[in-house]
Design a protein around this ligand. Structure first.
Ligand code: PEP
Length: 249
């Protein structure tokens, strides 16, 4: 059976003391968890601290963004090589906040995905529609277009070497969750699209759900046949809630 995965996206939250408190409380409750791949993605300045705190825990480290260049005059940016050197296994690409607040288009996201793969990182590709797009019946077309951009650049082998996170924009950070059936329908669509390119990879590629996953709705979401775990924002900052979500996976 495919292993479930749960990845925490801390966004721009935390400080040295709070990170330590959170992981001191969280890690012992995850120690007995077998068969679930876990990761947390702190802000860049805390990667080294969190890498040290995670050592020996089995929980992997991830970052929230990367620049496509290897180095140079890109003030404020961070390269894939730097993330690898700090011990990152994962990097988020195309989070809806990057797309909407920082103007990242599908092509930029696809380039970041390819660069992350080449650097030996596992890119977590975030896709998802806004409420307006859903109301216009464009969810599947929109998600397909986001995936096609990555397929054009990295092929099905590349896309399948990463992780896909379906995150409906209307369900992020606001307590509004897609119902398990709504999420499952889009996950099925994504898996069918992958399977058209390669049936085996269609089955094997992890597809996580993200959008206000909490301790009380995680089990129903993770029970859906095409939901392989979760990308968790707000609830990943609370040890008890994140532990409960990991246990539901
Ligand atoms: C996210 O930002 O990736 C996310 C899923 O956030 P939240 O869980 O807070 O909705």
């Amino acid at each position: 059976m495919k292993r479930k995965q749960v990845i925490g996206n801390w966004k721009m939250n935390g400080d040295l003391a709070a990170n330590r408190r959170l992981l001191d409380e969280l890690l012992p409750s995850l120690a007995a968890l077998d068969g679930v791949e876990l990761a947390v993605c702190p802000p860049f300045p805390y990667l080294a601290q969190v890498a040290a705190l995670l050592e020996g825990s089995g929980v992997a480290l991830g970052a929230q963004n990367l620049n496509v260049a290897a180095k140079g005059a890109f003030t404020g940016e961070v390269s894939a090589g730097m993330l690898g050197e700090l011990g990152c296994r994962y990097v988020l690409v195309g989070h809806s906040e990057r797309r909407s607040l920082y103007g990242e288009c599908d092509e930029t996201v696809a380039e970041k995905f390819a660069v992350a793969l080449r650097a030996g990182l596992v890119p977590v590709l975030c896709v998802g529609e806004t409420l307006a797009q859903r109301r216009q019946g464009r969810t599947e077309a929109l998600v397909s277009a986001q995936l096609q951009a990555v397929l054009r650049r990295s092929g099905i082998e590349g896309l399948a070497a990463g992780v896909i996170a379906y995150e409906p924009v209307w369900a992020i950070g606001n307590g509004e969750t897609a119902s398990p059936e709504q999420a499952q329908a889009v996950h099925r669509h994504i898996r069918d699209l992958l399977a058209q390119h390669d049936p085996a990879r269609g089955v094997a590629t992890p597809i996580l759900y993200g959008g206000s996953v909490k301790a009380d709705n995680a089990a129903a979401l993770f029970a859906q046949p095409d939901i392989d775990g979760g990308l968790i924002g707000g609830a990943s900052l609370e040890a008890a809630a994140f532990a409960a979500i990991c246990q539901a996976a």
